[in-house]
Design a protein around this ligand. Sequence first.
Ligand code: KG4
Ligand code: ZN
Length: 337
Amino acid sequence: MTVLAIETSCDETAVAILQGDTLRASEVSSQSAAHRSFGGVVPEFASRNHLHDLPGLLDRAFRAAGLDSNEIDIFAATTGPGLASSLLVGSSTAKGLAIGAGKPFLPVNHLEGHLLSPFFGKSEIEPNVSLIVSGGHTLLVHVRAFGDYEILGRTLDDAAGEAFDKVAKMLGLGYPGGPEVELRARDGNPSRFDLPRPMLKSDDLNFSFSGVKTAVRYLLPKLIRGTKETAFDPAEIADVCASFQAAVIEVLRAKSLRAVREARVRRLTLSGGVSCNQALREDLRNACAAADVGLLVAEPWLSTDNAAMIAFAAMQKAKRGIHSSLTAEIDPNLALA
Ligand code: KG4
Ligand code: ZN
């Protein structure tokens, strides 16, 4: 079975072709450079860029795979959650290709793509607690089996990646902010600033990251040198980044391990853009080893938005005989469970 998947939920335009277990093509075009000057994603701009980039990416994917559209069995696309106009570009294109080739269309939930990405290339989806940390979401999900999901906790305000992006913006660093903050944090002292660990002790599995971001905002005026709003000493920036990152990681670790205990599973999986963060990976690796919990992390190329994870999720559905119709609509707030 051969699946072609399109991902356009935010600012990455991506196409992948998965044939059985073999990834024949995975093309990703990031718009982050185009959105950088705005300090975040501009929806109207994103959808126009998807429209512009998609034909070229499809062409590259077909050439890389050595296939044409008549050799595709299923056309899949992300139909939510995400930016409405961006989702429409990818799903309409996949539907058009499906109609042209006389083959079915399968809608995929973006979060299910992230959630399954640590299992990419594996034949079994084992029970686990999944921590999805991206720019739009921070979720803890009990995965009993493929398609059997229970949300255990979520952020009540900013997503973890969003907090990284906002802190980076305050410090005058680039977008997306996560990699920029991580880079500076490597040279910083994580104990220099005592930032809050919101909801660390709350009696649930929810998160809140806006408080730690606001604490950074209040800290910054005290650190400014000279008159420019973002004139910080690089060593001070490094300490702020390291202290902020440590606060976020501590809360993610504590809640994830608690979720694993409460769900009575032996495995934690980690996915989404923030899971590229090496400090988070290492921290969870150590904490899981100490708690005798297996940790499965999506590879970095599968962690940020891509279409390979969407193709993998579509393949899991198709293998189980899950079908859909061309009337499947996009839903910007599509729920996972
Ligand atoms: O999964 P993703 O590509 O898109 C969404 O579905 O949101 O995640 C993007 C997010 C951005 O907020 C970005 O700053 C964050 O992931 N991110 C990181 C790192 N790399 C990407 N956050 C922290 N450390 C990183 N190394
Ligand atoms: Zn994502």
